[in-house]
Write a protein that binds this ligand. Structure first.
Ligand SMILES: Cc1cn([C@H]2C[C@H](O)[C@@H](COP(=O)(O)OP(=O)(O)OP(=O)(O)O)O2)c(=O)[nH]c1=O
Length: 200
């Protein structure tokens, strides 16, 4: 249409339904516009393991977010990676229910860190940074852990739990941004987009 700028589209380089839902919530005011929804989702195909990856949990999150973002074409591209860090030990997505149980036993009664790295490529620049939130778990009984694990909720999530779901029952407290735990520091992403002229 003459005189009207082409609306900007952000490509989310992620297969995570959580990241998608958070961005959709952020962009909700645009959902009814004839201009179209400013979000496109392209899950990256990357290997999230390998000897060439850093051991340090924060560096690992940064390397993986970068790897995901570089995989996906587009002018405005956002990728992220979330790592659960228990005193330097990385707890990824549990392989199965047995490992999920083990992870929760490790997390029980202790404080861990959740690092979410973001990679934002824009027409102007590239921002790669990591955000950290501290999460404290209650003392969990074996029975409680078994109850949670059988729900299956933790299986596709770093550390084996979802703070936004049933996992809320496991938490004693959170210090920092909640959305960083769930997979995307939304307010920071919003600010970065806004500063660069992208209006969600
Ligand atoms: C700790 C925690 C993690 N998670 C999720 C967020 C991420 O989706 C996932 C961590 O795995 P990631 O590898 O960061 O993301 P992903 O594999 O789900 O998606 P993609 O790589 O395509 O972007 O764990 C929660 O949903 N809630 C939580 O409380």
């Amino acid at each position: 249409m003459a005189g009207r700028a082409t609306p900007l589209v952000l490509t989310l380089a992620s297969g995570s339904p959580r990241r998608r839902a958070l961005l959709e919530a952020l962009f909700a005011t645009r959902s009814s516009e004839a201009l179209g929804f400013p979000l496109k989702v392209v899950p990256p195909r990357v290997e999230e393991a390998g000897e060439d990856l850093p051991q340090d949990p924060r560096e690992l999150a940064l390397a993986l977010a970068r790897r995901k973002g570089e995989e996906v074409p587009g002018e405005w591209v956002l990728a992220a990676d979330t790592v659960v860090d228990l005193d330097g030990r990385v707890l990824g997505k549990p392989r199965d229910r047995v490992e999920n149980h083990l992870f929760l036993r490790l997390l029980s009664g202790r404080t861990h860190q959740v690092h979410t790295a973001i990679y934002l490529r824009t027409p102007q620049d590239l921002v790669v940074e990591v955000h950290t939130t501290r999460v404290r778990f209650r003392n969990l009984s074996e029975e409680e852990i078994a109850w949670y694990v059988q729900s299956g909720e933790g299986l596709d999530k770093a550390g084996g739990y979802g703070a936004q779901g049933l996992g809320m029952a496991l938490l004693e407290g959170i210090e920092g941004d909640f959305y960083t735990v769930v997979g995307l520091p939304v307010a920071r992403v919003f600010a970065l987009l806004w500063e660069r002229g992208f209006r969600p």
